[in-house]
Design a protein around this ligand. Sequence first.
Ligand SMILES: *Cc1c(COP(=O)(O)O)cnc(C)c1O
Length: 373
Amino acid sequence: MRLETLAVHAGRKPDPATGAVVPPLHLSTTFLRGEDGSFPHGYIYIRSGNPNRQALEECLKTLEGGSSAITFSSGMAAIMTTFQALSPGDQVLVADDAYYGVGQLLRTHFIPWGLKVNFVDMTDPARVQEALSDETKLVWIETPSNPLLKITDIRHISDLAHQAGAKVVVDGTWTTPVLQRPLELGADLVMHSSTKYFGGHSDLMGGVLIAREDTSFVKQIRTLQINGGAVPSPFDCWLTLRGIQTLPYRMRVHSENAEKIAYFLYTHPAVEQVHYPGLPGHPGHGIATRQMKQFGGMMSIQVKGGAEAAMAVAAKVKIFTRATSLGGTESLIEHRASIEGPQTRTPQNLLRLSIGLEHVEDLIEDLNQALSS
Ligand SMILES: *Cc1c(COP(=O)(O)O)cnc(C)c1O
């Protein structure tokens, strides 16, 4: 079956008890034992399992083409649990332009705990090769990266990592399985913040790891998660499964709108640079064309005139909403450096745009008035 059909049906079936076509929300924290003391429905207690969570995991596993999926209370919980499944002394290579929270988490908690972390420019395979060692256990890729939309060749880096005996995780939040399929390109695990495109309506929080094979490392992650309780609520799972039904169609329009806006901004006199892998001049355009179906709804721009000019544009937009996050139906604009804080390496004149599902001409007119006045 094709992705559009799977998005509607995977993990969903009419409720056998009532015939309800839409899956019921199960809020019960505890489940009945059978006469022999067993758990006939497979559920014991909410932290270890819940029907809405299981349905969502079934759906995500199917969409991504993996053998198992583990859903979490947030994207960061999925990331944290992955690193917790390693041991002090292990080495990990992390994309130097990965989501800001990843670097924060590693610097404040995991490096003091004993993890050896190398932040590497993954757009350059030679640097990855140089940083790999016998101690490397994990290579953490994010492509397109955040916020500069750098493109990493998933297949090439996965080959290098595997030759060194390391596993590969790809943060696929910005692409979803609709636009990019890391497991088919050689990655071992895909991670998503489902707070973004899977949910799709800016009203839930969640994360997921999908594994190509259910290895002992993956089992270790699941055990850690259940023991520690980094699990999603039934309602967040229900909302995510609801959102996923329209995911393929939303991703298509996010990408089409973003591509048109990128071309518009590219020639705008107030714009210094547009970072969007769909533009032929983008350094990762060739690889992105090979490994992505479309180029996604995220971009960043550098405006002429520095931080003040960038802040002024963010203040003048009327349809774009000035807020952090991404992946909802509404377009968002954000000055990244000021939210990331003083340690940031993000250019001060950079604005990150999450292109929503409004009419593209309205979005272009809005950006034009904000940039021109
Ligand atoms: C938002 C985001 C995360 C973190 O997810 P949360 O659900 O906010 O914890 C990780 N990676 C990327 C690329 C993100 O956009």
